[in-house]
Structure formats: C-alpha cells, structure tokens
Design a binder for this molecule. Structure first.
Ligand code: GTR
Length: 411
C-alpha cells in the first residue's frame, strides 16, 4: 500500500505541474475571492497518461480514484455488507396519507450479517399518480433537538419541518422517502464504528486503517433503502435522487459514488470531505485536521494523515464528485455557511465537470461564482447558493426538484 501510494503521489504531483486550474478573477466571485492551487489532475491516470474517453475513464481512471477514496478517506466496505441475499423488507404499515394524495409506507429493512442482525425503518410518502413516481431519498442526520425543536421526519406529519417538506415533495409528483442515519450506525465518536451495521457485519478485530466508517455505513443504509425501492412498483427506480445535508451531504455523494442505481446525488452544505475542494485557501472553513479530530469515526483511520496537507495531497474532492459522472449531481451552499467553504464547493463542482465531457455532457455550466438564489442548472451538475445559514430548507428542495424536472423526471 505504501509503495503504491507513493506512485499515486508522484503521478499526481507531475499532473499538478502540467495542469492549470486558475480561473479568471471573475470566476471566483470577484477580486479577493480565493483561487484553487495545485489541484490534482482529474483526467491524468497514476501512470501519467491522459484519459480522453469514457472507456478509459471507466476502465482505468475511475477505478483508481474510487480505490483511493475508499482506502484513504471513507474506508473499504467488507464484501458481506453488500450481499443482496442478506437483505429483507417488511411493510409494517401502509395507509392513505396527506388527504388521500399519497400512500404512506413504513418499511422495516433487515440485514442479516455474518455477525448479527440490524433492522432500520424507512418512511415513504408516494404520490398517487398514474405511473410510478420518481423519488427523493433523504439521509436524515437530524433529530428533534438538532432541528430547531421540530421532528425533521415525522411519519405522522403532526410536526412539519422544512428539512423534509414531504407535502411539497409529494405535491410536485415525487415520492418522499427517508430514514435516520443513526438507526444504521450511531453518530458517536467513541462507539460509532462498533455498533449498528458494524456489529452485524464484522468482528472488531477485523478492523484496520482502511476499514469503512460511519459515513460509509450511512451511505450503505441509503443503498439498502434503494434495494427496497427496486422492489416497490409505485416508485420509478430509474429516477431516484439521494439527498443529504452537511454530514448527510458528504454521505449522499458517497452513496452516489458507490451505488450507480442513484440517478442523482444532492449534497447540501456538505463542506469539508464532502463537496468542498481542499486545494484552496479558505481559512474560515473546516480543515481535515479539525474534522478528523472532531469526527474520527466518520472516516477510515488513513484519512488523518492528510491533516494539514490540503494543498499538497494527491487527490481532492472534485475527483470524488466526478465518480458520479455521467449521472446528475446537485451541490448547494449557503451565504453564511463559511465553515462549509462555499467557494470550495463551487470550484469542486466546476473542476469535476471534465468527467461529464467524456460522455458528451456538460457538468457545471457557469462562468462565475453565482449570486444567491441564482441556480446554475443547465448542465448535469447543479450548483446553487442560498441566502442564510447552514441548513436544508424548502428553497434547497425546490432547486433539487427543479433540476430533476429539467431532466424530464416527471415526463
Ligand atoms: C459540523 C461539521 C461539519 C458538518 C456539520 C453537520 O460540526 O464540522 O463537517 O458535517 O457538523 O453535519 O451539521
């Protein structure tokens, strides 16, 4: 691994020298706005060859980037975690909801692992439409306490939150599906990687520096909900978006990267180790040093070796976003959310775009960092900046649904 990794580093450094990523002053939002520097070259493989076709991307460059992100950042999942035969579903409750406009299903998803069992519940409101409905699957990372005192995903709809505006989603013709990330693996620095799905899949002694961690476990949960969706005739399984906010936004990108059944990934205010580029100096934003200290359980142990190496590390988050090409990606920032590094999120979206070009598609179509409430949605990557704080709001949902509409998801 060490030997292999140093080859990666040499290749990436060489690539940096030959690859200029400097945008014009206006592209970064005017004078004084930060610029990326020494960004690893997305389309240069570890042996220094330029990747020019979708075939080369899929057979060489994408697999090497995928392996780098799994071994060095999010961790490698054990094979037993993904055996379809280990997953079963039970619809615990099915009834009309939302004044007869939707069917609500509560689905218990059970995974029988080599070391134990795990069950968690998905909530689905499916509009009553003449054909299967496209869907948005929210990885919910909030409880009432963290959601301004309101239950974010109340299945009985007594409490309503902009974090998951299920009524609005259904009114626009989309199924609203969600689950709690904590039901899959607790968001806990101390025991996070020993409980939930980890306890069902592997022995503690089997864990090492590359082992998967909680962001990967939550993305795994999204994939198990997708397993159920595939069996659900009321939902159009070819048009399912996975959505997450903040740590959930990092997770949504990983779900999109690891599971090609997701036709779109929406990453809301995901910041460091999500959509934010590292090779850009944004002192107000979260660093790898801080995130790996505060939340070591989110990442594999290897990731902490990049603390303080943002400007020199041989891979970066634009390459992570590119793993989702040629499918749809939506990235959003908020004006007050400097911690997430808005310019870093926008630049990563822009720098991921050449992967879409390999498929004859446009990624992010944008000349400059946008003003608030001006979504950039004409390519296969959507970016919007919302006025306000770190949150997932009805406006963000509107942008995600508008983007899906543009791509004919309800046609
Ligand atoms: C913060 C963390 C961020 C972000 C956020 C959240 O404390 O530093 O990376 O993920 O939590 O999930 O709300």
């Amino acid at each position: 691994m060490n030997i292999k990794f140093s080859i990666v580093s040499i290749g990436a450094v060489a690539a940096c020298i030959s690859f200029s990523v400097r945008a014009s002053a206006s592209s970064a939002g005017g004078s004084g706005a930060p610029e990326p520097r020494n960004v690893p070259a997305l389309l240069v493989s570890e042996d220094g060859k330029t990747v020019g076709t979708a075939h080369e991307w899929e057979s060489v460059r994408r697999p090497e980037l995928f392996n780098t992100f799994m071994r060095e950042e999010y961790g490698v999942r054990p094979a037993a975690a993904s055996e379809r035969s280990r997953v079963s579903f039970k619809v615990a409750d099915e009834r009309d909801a939302m004044d007869g406009k939707a069917v609500r299903k509560l689905v218990d998803i059970t995974y029988s692992g080599p070391c134990g069992k795990l069950s968690f519940r998905a909530i689905a409101f499916i509009p009553k439409t003449s054909k299967p409905a496209p869907a948005f699957l929210l990885i919910c990372n909030r409880d009432r306490a963290k959601n301004h005192g309101v239950a974010p995903i109340d299945p009985d709809r007594r409490e309503k939150s902009g974090f998951w505006p299920a009524e609005e989603i259904v009114a626009r013709g989309y199924a609203a599906v969600t689950f709690y990330n904590g039901d899959v693996a607790p968001d806990d620095k101390k025991g996070g990687c020993r409980k939930g799905v980890f306890a069902a899949v592997e022995k503690r002694s089997a864990r090492n520096a590359e082992s998967w961690a909680t962001i990967s476990a939550w993305a795994w949960g999204a994939s198990r909900v997708m397993d159920w969706i595939e069996s659900e005739p009321l939902i159009d399984k070819s048009h399912v978006a996975v959505v997450g906010h903040s740590r959930g936004g990092k997770t949504a990108l990983l779900a999109g990267a690891t599971d090609k059944r997701f036709a779109m990934a929406c990453s809301n205010n995901s910041g460091c180790s999500g959509a934010k580029l590292n090779h850009i100096n944004l002192p107000k934003s979260e660093s790898i040093k801080v995130i790996t200290k505060s939340f070591p359980h989110w990442f594999c142990k290897n990731y902490s070796k990049y603390a303080g190496r943002e400007m020199t590390m041989p891979f970066d988050q634009h390459e992570f976003i590119a793993l989702i090409a040629p499918r749809l990606v939506a990235i959003a920032s908020a004006t007050e959310d400097h911690w997430a590094g808005q310019h870093g999120e926008w630049h990563a979206a822009r720098l991921a775009s050449p992967a879409w070009a390999l498929y004859g598609k446009k990624g992010l179509v944008a000349d400059a960092f946008p003003p608030p409430e001006t979504p950039q949605q004409s390519g296969s990557i959507s970016y919007h900046l919302r006025t306000g704080r770190h949150d997932l709001t009805p406006y963000d949902w509107k942008c995600y649904m508008d983007f899906a509409d543009r791509h004919g998801w309800r046609d």
